[in-house]
Ligand binder design. Structure first.
Ligand SMILES: C[S@@+](CC[C@H](N)C(=O)[O-])C[C@H]1O[C@@H](n2cnc3c(N)ncnc32)[C@H](O)[C@@H]1O
Length: 386
């Protein structure tokens, strides 16, 4: 195909791919020319850049990229140019320099991640199975920010917990909300250290309200889960999903009664039937497939699945602890986010529901609890203090 002919024919993904497969100066010239045409879809533009990247004439490719990467294109198109630089940088240092200039210019998180993944491609994932420290149900008694120092890094495959909800219950009393968040962040940093790279942490939180200091004062409502997003990210995790735990209306505190009496706009306070299960992954420079490949390929879950992010589960009450997990919630979390044999941790264990369910599902639980009464009961329940 000559340049003139190429301009008259309809450009398709297939025709562009074909030009990329044969390496020649004439094909490169056609591709460079095609890219300059006015109306091209993003997909075609990306394919053209990919085919340009397959060509051999690095001088021309470098000239093209160093001009176009700083022109006004959609970010998806720029990502493709960046990708080409990543691959070409192995054979020609000019592309490494251009890669760094593009990264600096856009200061973009997708490109940052592309660079990390690309650099990691040749590295082997560490074999952690042979260095396992926790082989039976275990318990750390005391403040998890300190006791977790006993655990070596990357020993745990899943963390699920329900932290204290600021000052909503007797077992927590923080000087201020900011003190509370600082303390949670210290725990999250420990969680990050002990969790295997690329594995999940799930946090169950929801907004809380603190009591009014007197009739003349307003109560304060804290959207804890919004703030947890920030401290999770600052601690080295990134957002994956939010599961909404939905409870029956009869089981939650009645907030709507006042409105029902007056029906006055602005006094509306709905009954809150949901709690958040925040699903985050520990930063890793590899895809989740690499974590899954660590296990026997025949290990699969049963047929029954929850196909949406809304899980309908009744809450549970307990005579010994004011805020226990329902077993069903723990079962679902364990089923979807861990394999049999995994070490799974609840750093705010309370009555230890998660640990007991984990044990029954052939996982190895590691619990942390600072309240001595709860800890004693956990010890009696078969958790070994370490
Ligand atoms: C919301 S409750 C967890 C209840 C638990 N999900 C259950 O099913 O029983 C939080 C627990 O964390 C404990 N806790 C609070 N701060 C802690 C800390 N820094 N280290 C260890 N445990 C802590 C409290 O004593 C409380 O029992």
């Amino acid at each position: 195909m000559t340049i003139q002919q190429s301009l008259f024919c309809v450009i398709t993904i297939e025709s562009v791919k074909k030009l990329g497969l044969e390496k020649s100066d004439s094909n490169l010239a056609i591709l460079l020319d095609m890219f300059m045409q006015e109306v091209l879809s993003i997909e075609i533009q990306r394919e053209i850049i990919s085919s340009i990247g397959r060509q051999k004439n690095n001088d021309k490719i470098y000239d093209f990229l160093s001009k176009e990467a700083f022109n006004n294109h959609y970010m998806e198109v720029i990502y493709q140019m960046f990708r080409t630089c990543l691959y070409k940088s192995k054979e020609d240092m000019r592309f490494a320099d251009l890669r760094d200039r593009i990264l600096k210019h856009y200061n973009n998180e997708v490109m940052q991640k592309m660079l990390e993944y690309h650099s990691f491609r040749k590295e082997k994932k560490r074999d952690l199975k042979s260095q396992r420290q926790i082989l039976k149900p275990s318990l750390l008694i005391g403040d998890n920010r300190i006791t977790l120092n006993k655990i070596q890094e990357q020993q745990v495959q899943l963390i699920f917990t329900s932290p204290p909800y600021y000052n909503a219950r007797l077992y927590s009393d923080y000087r201020s909300y900011s003190d509370y968040l600082d303390s949670m962040k210290d725990t999250l940093r420990q969680c990050h250290r002990i969790l295997e790279n690329g594995r999940f942490i799930l946090i169950n939180v929801s907004p809380v309200i603190t009591k009014r200091a007197g009739r003349e004062f307003e109560s304060i409502r804290y959207p804890i889960h919004f703030d947890f997003h920030n401290i999770l990210c600052e601690s080295g995790f990134y957002f994956i999903d939010e599961i909404i735990w939905i409870k029956p209306e009869y089981s939650v505190p009645n907030r709507i009664a006042g409105y029902l009496q007056t029906k006055k706009p602005l006094s509306y306070k709905p009954n809150c039937v949901t709690e958040s299960i925040m699903v985050y992954r520990k930063n890793a420079s590899f895809l989740l497939d690499k974590n899954i490949k660590d296990y026997d390929k025949n290990l699969k879950n049963d047929e029954q699945i929850d196909s949406t992010n809304c899980w309908y589960i009744s809450p549970k009450s307990d005579k010994n602890h004011p805020a226990v997990f329902p077993e069903e919630l723990c079962q679902k979390v364990l089923k979807y986010y861990s394999f049999e044999g995994d070490v799974v941790c609840d750093p705010f264990a309370g009555s230890g529901t998660f640990g007991r369910v984990a044990n029954a599902m052939n996982r190895i639980p590691l619990l942390c609890e600072q309240n001595l009464e709860y800890a004693e009961k956990l010890k009696q329940g078969g958790f070994n203090e370490i």
